[in-house]
Design a protein around this ligand. Structure first.
Ligand code: BG6
Length: 478
């Protein structure tokens, strides 16, 4: 079903994110027939170029990032015809009138700021003073949304001066991932799990977002951020919220986001002893974090694991373990909900190595759900127990085409539709920084150095210990 007619302006249209994700994503939606035939996509950036040159650039980006069988030439040509380019100086006066002229008066205008957050305020202001933004317009901003609470508040203030909260779409691309959205369906469209979804039945939750790549190529940004700011404050926090939130009364953007904010606000402060920070050292191929970020004194973490608790009725004393890092053994993102043992064991034979019931939600790769259950070991050996996985891969169950959409594709279409459910509200981002800031301050004050780990490993030993102290075990990475 095509969305309403729209004009989409991408600031930073020649940048990496636009080339890799936003423009290929729009092309997929165009091919799927979701884009109205008169939709306009207007690229804008610092460099001067003609629309024809921009189309060539976008054509090259799509050739690079979209598989050949998914980009028939006639469709690619038709898509490129939807593109224009306007050279705009984000902090000056050049280009704004030209942009105004190209936009249609009664069409939804969406401004996608795929630029440094330092430019959010300047662009928002010019969109408003040049009367380009209308009350129906939408503005989309990328992460990082601030570096701490103070800077996030300043960004919110800058945007809110010219746009209403209902017009602002703060992207966390994890919320656009199919399985992440499925968390809500799993929890709130089934009656099976919800009665067990609490401290009485759940022993603990593990959230892992492991990456196999290091930070080479974006060391400058990363070294100023580290895993806490780059991943935990946003992506892992969103996953935690979806697992821990109360059922919203309606599936509306604000009901969902109200419940997420409550989770963040209920998080207990995490003492330093429950946090393990790691940094990858020189590996076999001689890559070290220091070289990747060109800073031999860096104390920034490329790995973090922590144990936290949500101070509310549902989750009292149920630990949530979060873990994320670069250069780990494999690229795996998953949430494991580990249930408590049955209250009374009637079976005489002890099962060695029993892990217990678990619901494992695989976010990537191979999105799916596994339910670990205990059954009788087949055969004549008496009542012996074993554990099996009831495994469901979304691609197998629903078809590859349905599950292979990229997060950006879905999120951009949600913006055009005006659905804010999968975008972070201003107070949500601020609450997440308010939670993260004291931890960052504590390790900085303590002058803490991260623990070293080998590239290709599961992170520092200390992270394993964090789990062992509670008599628990991390699921293997890969
Ligand atoms: C980004 C982080 O937001 O998410 C990157 O800045 C990280 O450091 C990336 O690699 C991970 O996203 P995905 O979709 O590949 O899991």
């Amino acid at each position: 079903i095509p969305v309403e007619p729209f004009d989409l302006v991408i600031f930073g249209a020649t940048g990496d994110l636009a080339r890799r994700k936003i423009l290929p994503g729009l092309f997929h939606r165009f091919r799927a027939g979701q884009m109205p035939s008169d939709a306009k996509i207007i690229g804008s950036a610092r460099s001067e170029m003609e629309s024809a040159e921009f189309r060539t650039l976008v054509g090259a980006a799509i050739a690079e990032f979209v598989a050949p069988d998914l980009r028939p030439q006639d469709q690619l040509d038709a898509f490129l015809q939807r593109l224009d380019y306007v050279h705009i100086d984000a902090t000056g006066d050049t280009g704004w009138d030209a942009l105004q002229k190209i936009l249609r008066p009664d069409t939804i205008r969406t401004f996608y700021l795929s630029v440094s957050p330092a430019l959010f305020g300047a662009i928002a202001e010019r969109l408003s003073t040049h009367a380009i933004a209308t009350p129906q317009s939408r503005i989309v901003v990328e992460k990082p949304f601030g570096h701490d609470l103070e800077s996030a508040r300043a960004l919110n203030r800058d945007l809110l001066r010219h746009f209403d909260e209902a017009q602002i779409y703060r992207i966390d691309h994890y919320l656009g991932k199919e399985t992440v959205q499925n968390l809500m369906a799993l929890r709130f469209a089934n009656s099976l799990f919800e009665p067990l979804w609490n401290a009485t039945h759940i022993d603990h939750v593990q959230i892992t977002v492991a990456e196999s790549l290091g930070v080479a190529g974006r060391g400058g940004y990363y070294d100023q951020s580290g895993a806490m700011r780059d991943m935990v404050q946003n992506h892992l926090m969103q996953l935690l919220c979806l697992i821990a939130m109360e059922p919203p009364s309606k599936f509306t953007p604000n009901s969902v986001r109200d419940e997420k904010v409550k989770v963040i606000e209920a998080l207990d402060p995490v003492p330093l002893r429950d946090i393990v920070r790691g940094q990858y050292r020189t590996g076999r191929d001689n890559q070290s974090y220091f070289d990747d970020v060109e800073n031999p004194d860096s104390r920034t973490e490329s790995f973090i694991a922590m144990k936290l608790t949500v101070g509310n009725w549902r989750w009292a004393n149920t630990p949530f373990y979060l873990r994320t890092g670069k250069h780990l053994r494999d690229r795996v993102s998953e949430i494991a909900v580990i249930f408590k043992d049955p209250p009374h064991n009637i079976f005489p034979n002890k099962m060695e190595g029993r892990k217990g019931n678990a619901l494992i939600i695989r976010l990537q790769p191979d999105e799916g759900i596994t339910l670990r259950t205990t059954i009788k070991e087949p055969g004549p050996g008496g009542m012996r127990l074993t554990e099996v996985a009831m495994d469901m891969s979304f691609a197998d169950a629903l078809g590859k085409d349905l599950t292979s959409q990229d997060a950006y594709e879905r999120l951009v279409m949600d913006v055009i539709r005006g659905d804010q459910t999968l975008f972070m509200r201003g107070d949500e981002v601020e609450a997440a920084w308010a939670w993260a800031d004291p931890m960052i301050a504590a390790w900085e004050e303590a002058g803490q150095r991260p623990m070293l780990y080998d590239p290709g490993s599961s992170g520092p030993e200390e992270a394993l210990m964090l789990m062992h102290q509670g008599g628990r075990r991390w699921r293997p990475i890969g």
